[in-house]
Design a protein around this ligand. Sequence first.
Ligand SMILES: NC(=O)c1ccc[n+]([C@@H]2O[C@H](COP(=O)([O-])OP(=O)(O)OC[C@H]3O[C@@H](n4cnc5c(N)ncnc54)[C@H](O)[C@@H]3O)[C@@H](O)[C@H]2O)c1
Length: 346
Amino acid sequence: MKLLVTGGAGFIGSAVIRQAVRAGLDVVNLDALTYAACEANVAEVADAPNYAFVHADITDRPALDRAFAEHAPDAVMHLAAESHVDRSIDGPGAFVATNVTGTYNLLEAARAHWVQAGRPDTFRFHHISTDEVFGSLGSEGQFTETTPYDPRSPYSATKAASDHLVRAWHETYGLPVLLTNCSNNYGPFHFPEKLVPVVILNAMHGRPIPVYGQGLNVRDWLYVEDHADALLTVLRRGKVGRSYAIGGENEARNIDLVRTICGILDDLRPEAAPHDRLIEFVTDRPGHDARYAIDPSRIRDELGWRPSVTLEEGLERTVRWYLDREDWWRPLLDRSGVGERLGKTA
Ligand SMILES: NC(=O)c1ccc[n+]([C@@H]2O[C@H](COP(=O)([O-])OP(=O)(O)OC[C@H]3O[C@@H](n4cnc5c(N)ncnc54)[C@H](O)[C@@H]3O)[C@@H](O)[C@H]2O)c1
């Protein structure tokens, strides 16, 4: 199978690519290399004969047509996106361009390619989305595939729009699509503007660890390698036109997640005083969703997928990785906006 992966130089896309190349699939990584990309994420497979890279922007339709014509993929896994909620508050335009218009372009390029190939029913357009499209939960309940959409940030609104486009291209044109909505990921190669790497790197350097509001927001955390495994499982065996909610059944309040990471660092790199002394509560994100939680029954019961690590195991692996891989994260700290407080005011 030849797979076209968009956004494969990012956090999750690169995990998908590393697994897919190792599994022997032919993989084409199409990425615009924005501030969030890092070619080192795919260094492990860069020289593999079954890997190719295309530098292109999904808002550039002719570039997409050329990529489809040259590589003739059997499936698309669409992960390219603007992905940081705080940046979406400061500059929503880039999110509309990539997440909405870019997804529209990719759907049209994929459809043209699929029609030209004689509409094979084995073709797949797998759209990778987030649980944030479902909005914010109270203290009870979980999101499922039938939860009504209720996005509340510019990021989640543009992801919701892209989900609707993908469904419409299935219903209207018959494009064989798959959708997945996943909870928060963490793990190696996580760009150092997101919560988990910020906590690890600030704690390692004795800098204040910013926690939004009172740290009471709850997220359902999934190790990135488990997400990549789930995505490849859905690609291979998911039912066309169906969506799958993916989660780790690992709910944690942000403050508890931060304290767990501090505890791991206390063990691996002890200091005179515990790392949680560095926690500093800061102004909350406007419209900060209170709680996300996923009921993953469908992917578990239909496809037999389960996460392989607990939150504690995954966090320990992640902290060890950041301790070992200064060569990876150090240069990224100089990128625009990294280390700054973004998205503070609406
Ligand atoms: N990170 C999470 O916790 C999470 C959870 C659920 C779903 N998702 C979704 O998974 C996908 C990947 O997320 P991530 O965390 O790996 O994101 P990321 O920000 O780490 O990577 C995004 C990648 O997309 C590329 N890209 C951005 N705009 C592009 C464009 N216009 N054309 C081509 N490439 C472009 C970037 O260069 C980068 O390599 C996104 O669609 C996101 O919405 C993320």
